[in-house]
Design a protein around this ligand. Structure first.
Ligand code: NAD
Length: 308
């Protein structure tokens, strides 16, 4: 597994990261034993970057990840979680709440420090509060040794840039915007990289839309987008391929982010994903799928407060 520098943080992360939202049953029920095995499989295969959040499964994902990481040498993995989002409509980016949140996450994750703490889905907050209050509070926790680096996550790229222009951020996690269907991250990635920021590309499978089994019922994309993705899955199957394989290979082979974070709650998904990343991209199938997805290329959805 290749490793890449995470901006100027001094950290290196595996180019394929483990997304732990499925450990909060965000994608449906799973056996906890499988989820824990998925984490161990990831570590065995060289994945050393784990991303979670208190929001995923109302803290359940952090608890399962904490169990899985129990007894594993702490310096052998890079652990990222988030603050500020606690429910579908429950956001609190105040200094007092995020400080409490970090301590709660440390307990659930069974560690004395986080490698990366991220403000979660900033577009739902007041961006000036995040730049002026939340991030300085997290820097205070960095000075106290509780966190090593500080970042932001969210969907609208201009909102991420707005905050990054007003406060020092070490990392930016964008999601669903460097995929077979959506490439809007590309120009922003260059800009963020020029600022020394480590960019993390989350959800290369477009939160399940770019898989044979399709997206979960809560997926926010328009029906036309999901319909085209389903057609792409059928096309890949007809060619003896797999849309998830193509989507993952595309993100890794052509993307420039420090890590591509894919969600999993079963060890077989982790094994497949690692194997796929090492195999060559099917350029012919890629061209066919790109053609099919062209009418809905870069079509996303609205996320967050209207002013953001
Ligand atoms: P994803 O695009 O990684 O897709 C995950 C879905 O694909 C899950 O249902 C998983 O079971 C399935 N899957 C994984 N491997 C597969 C395979 N080989 N074949 C078929 N299906 C497979 O979406 P995601 O999990 O939401 O995103 C990855 C991670 O990025 C999250 O877990 C989270 O850690 C992070 N993330 C953060 C934000 C944010 O901060 N706002 C948003 C989205 C994702």
């Amino acid at each position: 597994m290749k490793r890449r520098k995470l901006g100027r943080t001094g950290l290196e992360v595996s180019e394929l990261g483990f997304g732990a939202s499925p450990l909060g049953a965000v994608y449906g029920p799973f056996a906890q034993r499988d989820g824990i095995e998925a984490v161990h499989k990831a570590l065995d295969l060289g994945i050393d970057f784990f991303d979670v959040a208190p929001f995923y499964g109302a803290t359940a994902a952090e608890t399962v990840l904490g169990k899985a990481l129990h007894g594993i040498e702490r310096s052998s993995y890079v652990l990222a979680t988030k603050v500020g989002r606690y429910g579908e409509h429950d956001f609190d980016f105040s200094a007092a709440r995020v400080a409490r949140s970090v301590r709660e996450s440390l307990t659930r994750l069974g560690t004395d420090h986080l490698d990366l703490i991220q403000c979660h889905d900033i577009e739902f907050g007041d961006l000036d509060q995040i730049a002026g209050e939340t991030l300085p509070a997290l820097r205070g926790l960095q000075d106290a040794g509780l966190v090593r680096c500080v970042g932001i996550t969210g969907y609208p790229l201009p909102a991420l840039a707005y905050v990054a222009d007003r406060a020092e951020v070490d990392t930016i996690m964008s999601y669903c915007q460097y995929t077979l269907q959506d490439r809007r991250l590309t120009p922003w990635l260059r800009r963020f990289a020029a600022q020394g920021i480590g960019v993390i590309n989350a959800a290369p499978l477009a939160m399940g839309a770019l898989t044979p089994q399709g997206p979960p019922p809560w997926h926010p994309a328009r029906a036309a987008v999901l319909k085209h993705c389903a057609a792409a899955a059928r096309l890949c199957a007809a060619r003896g391929g797999d849309l998830a394989r193509l989507a993952l290979q595309f993100a890794l082979a052509t993307g420039d982010s420090a890590s591509t974070v894919v969600g999993a709650s079963h060890p077989s998904d982790v094994s497949r994903n690692v194997r796929w990343v090492e195999e060559p991209l099917d350029e012919q199938l890629l061209r066919e799928v790109e053609l099919l997805l062209a009418p809905i290329r870069d079509v996303g959805w609205v996320s967050g407060r209207p002013e953001n």
